[in-house]
Design a protein around this ligand. Sequence first.
Ligand code: GTP
Ligand code: MG
Length: 201
Amino acid sequence: MIKKATFLTSNSDFRKCPSAHKPEFAFIGRSNVGKSSLINMLTNNKGLAKISGKPGKTQLINHFEINDKWYIVDLPGYGFAQVSKTLKADWEKMIKGYLTNRENLEATFVLIDSRLDPQKKDLDFILWCAQNAVPIVLVFTKADKLSVSKVKGNVQKFLKASNTIFEEAPLYFVTSSSTAVGREELSGFMEELSEEFYAQQ
Ligand code: GTP
Ligand code: MG
């Protein structure tokens, strides 16, 4: 259970991130998919990560410390059309540099909007993760916006569309920041992986 969550740092370079002695979990996905909202839901703190109705709100690598034991990282979204090419390239470099170099990264949660059919931008990103040995877990967001059976259908469509990328089907969670669906499952998962991290030290 998440009892304590504090903001630590924002920066644009993995080399300046907090000490890598604690396990870490990153949240990534298209702009506006609900990364920051999900972090606030998980930590039960509406003001922790900055949220916006407009895409492109999160622009840096943001570290939050959880229960003094592990880090949650809020990342900028990918696939945001309304910024300049240079800025987009900078963000991409920052995110990819972080994901491939951060040694304590236990899992990267790739957030997928559960309302949509499989999107090329998400599939491209996941392919890049697979090619760069970045371990991912899928998190379907905004499940409150449609029926349970429709969510299930969209999850299956996504797994099917991505099945050539993975040797084994990826682990996934279904969540809603509005109704807190998936909170226990996702925080329990992070807690378990954290314990494994310390057990291996
Ligand atoms: P960037 O930082 O711009 O990349 O976006 P983000 O992925 O962090 O998204 P953010 O959490 O800022 O949320 C974007 C919008 O989606 C906001 O208007 C949220 O209120 C809304 N939203 C996020 N999660 C949910 C959810 O589970 N259900 C519903 N109904 N709305 C959500
Ligand atoms: Mg955000």
